[in-house]
Ligand binder design. Sequence first.
Ligand SMILES: C[S@@+](CC[C@H](N)C(=O)[O-])C[C@H]1O[C@@H](n2cnc3c(N)ncnc32)[C@H](O)[C@@H]1O
Length: 398
Amino acid sequence: MRNKAQAQTKMTKRVYLLQFGDFKQLSKAEAYAFVNAEALKVVYEGFNYLIFESSRTVDPYFGSILRVAEYYSSIEGLTDLLSEDLSYTEKSIPWSVYVLDDNIAVAEKLRHKIESLIKQSNKKSIYVSSTSVFSEKGGVTLTKAIRKRLATDGYEFILARWGTELAVWRTIKYLDLRGFKERDLSRPYKNPLISMPPWLARVMINLASPSPGRKLLDPFCGTGTILIEAVDSGLDAYGVDLDPSNVNGARENLNWFQAKKGKTADSHVVLADSRRLTEHFPECYFDVAVTEPPFGPPLKETVSLSEAQAIADDLRDLYSSVFYSLSKVLKNSGIVVFTLPSWRLKTGGLYELRVEEILEKSGLKLNKYIGNTALPIRWSKSDNIIQRLINVASKSSP
Ligand SMILES: C[S@@+](CC[C@H](N)C(=O)[O-])C[C@H]1O[C@@H](n2cnc3c(N)ncnc32)[C@H](O)[C@@H]1O
């Protein structure tokens, strides 16, 4: 039996589960940014998932959350509910059971129960192994059609604890890895030396939680990865870059994306030096800024401390000037989400820029947490020599 509080919640609210991806801190921050922005109530945090309730249907588009699932039933309530649901479903039913807590034995029983319920309802059972939805490396291994059916007219049940109760959830959405990959690889202008993964751009935008129609600026827009994700989120996207080939390339990419998607949001890419943003935009114009500045020379090997210091010295003034100028064109309480580099040293350890020093005179103040996740969040692949630190800052009122 569900406990009383949960039963009451279930009557009036929808309850959702968000499964974190491999980069747990990033996913957690993305999940909390979403629930905070929508004023939703977190009701439980598991080892690798978050449960919240909502009085309305939600349909978020995440960059790092693997699954969005909705509360389906208690373990005991599954038979009744599923038997009824099956009477309305198609002849063949793709289904799966995925375990988020270590309840393998219960999952096994559940599998048998579901299989026999599907058979009793005279439908064809198509069992799909849930581990094949995302491969080890996070790639999608199932065909798009099966995945779509699993989360629409099929059933992927998730077994996950909600407080002391073991509950059954139903997946309603998967991370759109294909969409991100397509936007990365099919856009006309590519520059792998500078561009960031689209999913990371989406996470960074989500950390700023701008509502649709708001104005976003990327002062180091490069190929326009962040701008594309911003347009896809319904934002008015503005980019600045001082390299003419990147400016033309970002424009080309945005035109490609907007034509493909039929998106109507505004986008503008300006050839300019972001140390002087006020020459191009009015003061207090943007709601948010999301950006990745240049990280200095690409590196094949770890560096010595003095080499790292020399690269950092070259970048520090640029960063300080751009954040100072960015703060002027940002609305009061506007949010900036930005990455900064840290370098792996030959001697082991990392060399980092002091971000407080960079922001010192800018009027921007670092945020310390999103939900219970401490900032900055480190993100890098294991073999990256230059690692990213994802920071969030707000413009404090003068
Ligand atoms: C790391 S890249 C950004 C890549 C981008 N996020 C993407 O995914 O393509 C940094 C960009 O900043 C630009 N840049 C460097 N200094 C600048 C400045 N002072 N003003 C504007 N853009 C600048 C570079 O030309 C480069 O395109």
